[in-house]
Design a protein around this ligand. Structure first.
Ligand code: PEP
Ligand code: MG
Length: 755
């Protein structure tokens, strides 16, 4: 059963059009369960109405014609109850409704399964039988499993236009994809699909440009893939017996076979670009093998897929994207990485949409720093149907609008104009210090490092850099950067910002920050070998970095060092020990540098409980709320399935922050917040109320945060903090804080904090 399920899901996901997908569903289910009828009804956009979209067994002419409300018929009953309905004699049931166009009167046994995605009723899957024998539990269990798996594919039904076309032509049905807000703002542009490398299924169809060029690039990719196979064969040497090695020869032959290459070339000539033609051809060949009776031959379908992926990998390397970039790019992909985002010229980048990730993923943080609206965690995205379409990214609500209607477009243009106005209004805070209503100066630093965004930092005249993530220089190389190389990078930053302070964080790899040359394989990377743990296990890497940092600060003395992911006091002792060792070494080498101020990040609950003791060992604490929230609430910061549970204003998070601030202050040490929470206007009020000493925020949010600080006194912020500490619900807490922002005339910022 598992195999059948897997095969149906794969086939459906590979279908380019909704019609095709639904057709596969009804045909395969009817075949496998040996029933008389299988149909799919989908709920229309305007809700509470179901339309028969595909059937195998009923009169096909009834497709798109039969419509019923949730309150009507047995199919409606399934949707209304949101649970399976299994009936032996349908005609006897009080909710039975006869639709003559379906010819369904003859079917007595009825089993309907709701299709639900993220609590939304998408439609109903129905099987029917002539006789009254009814359906058993096996049928129900199979269909529930299948419907649950297919729900996300079907949830984008509207994208094919099929559902839209059911409504009157004049009534443009707006279609959208929902994710979570990753970076605030509005972006209007053209969807550019980022192919997850070598993922054939998500390659879109495109016009081929110069056919000669496409064919040449295909043949080059085939040759490279063949050579790669032969190289692997050679590298296997004697480790594999000769007969096993022969498989590589077989691959090479299959790749270069006339049937495969000619088929692809034919499709290019028929009007598709090489990657699209490859996808189509591989799908056809896979289909042929999968239909074969012989299990050995059937399994060869997997080999064909592997060959396709390998050729695609080389084709993608050949593809030159430069020059094809529209002026306003909305970059869309299943799982966009920081490096991929950095590849698009920032002048062209208007928005980002990623199937995976959440608002505290590094891609979202980078988008925020660049001031580009982003949607994260959109789940399954029908990439094939989006390429080149007009889209609007609403970075406030996390909604992507596809081919928006005139009204929607106008609404967003208005929003864009409002944004511009707000930005102009905010420019009066540029370069000015942030001072509370009761006259207290709060240093507001910026976060940096994910990209070489130094000039932006410089222009915005912040109080300095509160968090420099050193990972990026490590991520963009193909080996660990050496001491000299690192020293140059750090020196440049320190010089540019001096005399203002710069907090350099030691390498925080692991979790979602992987170095291509230092792969870490773990089942739970966020609970694994991360941050300081890796550094303490590799003193040779850690010492190189510490030496580079200390050398870079010689004569400038504006550097602070920050240790990430600290979990225990002994880790701080060990890290400090290594830092002092590096300092003594340099002293021996006549490098004249001072011992810098050192801080510890509070990112895990254990550090919250140790805040006071940790603070006594170092010079300051810095709260990394991105991770702290994830570990407090046990909600993966990158998992879209639980992104609705990631609440920075959760009562337990507020208490943890309070405890950390109080702990640091008992030790008479300053404490700052450098997670994204510090850029969220509503949260800033609470942090002020708690007595936070400084903030480190996204570059793009700097002036907004200064505005909030300038609009509240510590005393007023404390009152609001006391009020929300009595509350249970993070959503209500946010509403209360948003109301306070509105009351102070900061309504324009409420949207920026929608999360
Ligand atoms: C944090 O966890 O809040 C933080 C600032 O670190 P990063 O986002 O780089 O994990
Ligand atoms: Mg962190």
């Amino acid at each position: 059963m598992l195999n059948v399920l897997r095969r149906i899901v794969q086939e459906v996901n590979a279908a380019a059009e909704l019609d095709q997908a639904l057709d596969i569903i009804v045909r395969r289910i009817k075949q496998f369960l040996k029933v008389d009828v299988c149909s799919v009804y989908l709920a229309t956009n305007n809700d509470q109405e179901l339309v028969l979209m595909a059937t195998d067994g009923l009169n096909p002419k009834a497709e798109n014609k039969v419509r019923l409300r949730f309150s009507e018929g047995l199919v409606g009953l399934v949707a209304q109850r949101a649970e399976p309905v299994n009936i032996r004699n349908a005609e006897q049931h009080p909710r039975y409704k006869y639709f003559p166009e379906t010819g369904e009167k003859r079917y007595q046994a009825f089993l309907g399964i709701p299709i639900v995605h993220k609590r939304m009723m998408l439609g109903v899957l129905v099987v029917q039988q002539h006789d009254e024998r009814g359906f058993d539990e096996e049928h129900t269990a199979f269909l529930i499993t299948l419907a649950a798996q297919l729900a996300s594919t079907i949830s984008y039904a509207g994208l094919s236009g099929d559902i839209g076309s059911l409504t009157p032509k004049t009534d443009h049905t707006d279609v959208s994809i929902m994710g979570v807000s990753g970076a605030p703002g509005v972006g209007i542009g053209i969807a550019v699909i980022l192919n997850p490398h070598a993922d054939l299924d998500s390659v879109p169809d495109r016009k081929p440009g110069k056919i000669k060029h496409q064919v040449r690039s295909l043949k080059r990719a085939v040759r490279k893939a063949q050579k790669e196979m032969l190289d692997i064969k050679v590298s296997m040497g004697k480790r594999l017996p000769a007969e096993e090695r022969a498989i590589f020869d077989a691959f090479v032959m299959m790749m270069g076979s006339d049937t495969l290459v000619d088929d692809i070339v034919r499709k290019i000539k028929a009007g598709n670009w090489a990657p699209g033609a490859l996808r189509q051809t591989i799908a056809e060949h896979v289909g042929l093998f999968e239909k074969m009776e012989d299990p050995y031959l059937r399994e060869r379908a997997d080999d064909i897929r592997a060959i396709g992926r390998r050729i695609l990998k080389h084709l993608q390397k050949n593809e030159v994207h430069q020059g094809e970039c529209p002026d306003h790019v909305v970059l869309i992909g299943d799982d966009i990485s920081v490096a991929e985002l950095a590849e698009i010229p920032s002048n062209n980048l208007t928005g980002v949409v990623s199937g995976r990730g959440s608002r505290s993923s590094h891609v979202a943080i980078l988008a925020k720093a660049l001031g580009v609206p982003a949607i994260m965690g959109a789940g399954y995205i029908p990439l094939l149907r989006l390429d080149g379409r007009k889209v609007i990214v609403d970075g406030y609500t996390g909604q992507l609008h596809i081919d928006p209607s005139k009204q929607v477009r106008e609404e967003f243009c208005r929003l864009e104009a409002e944004e511009r106005e707000l930005a102009q209004g905010l420019s009066k805070f540029d370069g000015k210090p942030a001072v509370t209503r009761d006259g207290e100066r709060i240093p507001v630093y910026v976060n940096s490092g994910l990209l070489a965004d130094l000039s932006v930092v410089f222009q915005t005249q912040s109080d300095g850099i509160g968090l420099y993530r050193t990972e990026f220089p490590f991520m963009v190389r193909d080996r660990f950067p050496g001491e000299e190389e690192q020293c140059n990078i750090y020196r440049q930053i320190l010089e540019e910002i001096a005399p203002r302070p710069v907090t350099l964080r030691t390498l925080d790899m692991g979790g979602d920050k992987v170095l291509p040359y230092f792969p870490i394989k773990e089942d739970n990377p966020f609970l694994g070998w991360r941050g300081i743990r890796v550094m303490l296990d590799h003193p040779e890497i850690f010492l190189t970095q510490l030496r580079a940092m200390l050398r870079a600060s010689a004569g400038l003395n504006n550097m602070q060092i920050l240790f990430p992911m600290i979990n225990s006091l002994s880790e701080v002792d060990d890290a400090l020990g290594l830092m002092h060792r590096a300092w003594y070494e340099l002293l021996d080498e006549d490098v004249n540098t001072i011992v810098p101020q050192v801080g510890v990040m509070v990112e895990v609950p254990s550090a919250v409980y140790l805040a006071e003791k940790l603070a006594r060992k170092v010079d300051f604490l810095s709260i990394g709320t991105n991770d702290l929230v994830q570990y407090m609430l046990a909600v993966d910061r990158n998992n879209p399935l639980v992104s609705n549970l990631y609440h920075t204003l959760h009562p337990s998070v507020i208490e943890a922050l309070m405890a950390t601030v109080e702990g640091a202050h008992r030790a008479k040490k300053p404490v700052s917040v450098c997670g994204e929470m510090a850029t969220d206007p509503a949260s800033v009020i609470l942090l002020l109320g708690m007595g936070i000493d400084s903030l480190s925020v996204s570059v793009a949010g700097l002036t907004r945060v200064k505005w909030v600080i300038g609009s509240f006194s510590r005393a007023r912020a404390k009152e609001l903090l006391d009020e929300v500490r009595q509350m249970d619900d993070p959503v209500v807490i946010r509403d209360v804080l948003n109301d306070a922002l509105v009351k102070e005339g900061l309504g324009g910022l409420v949207r920026a904090g929608k999360q």
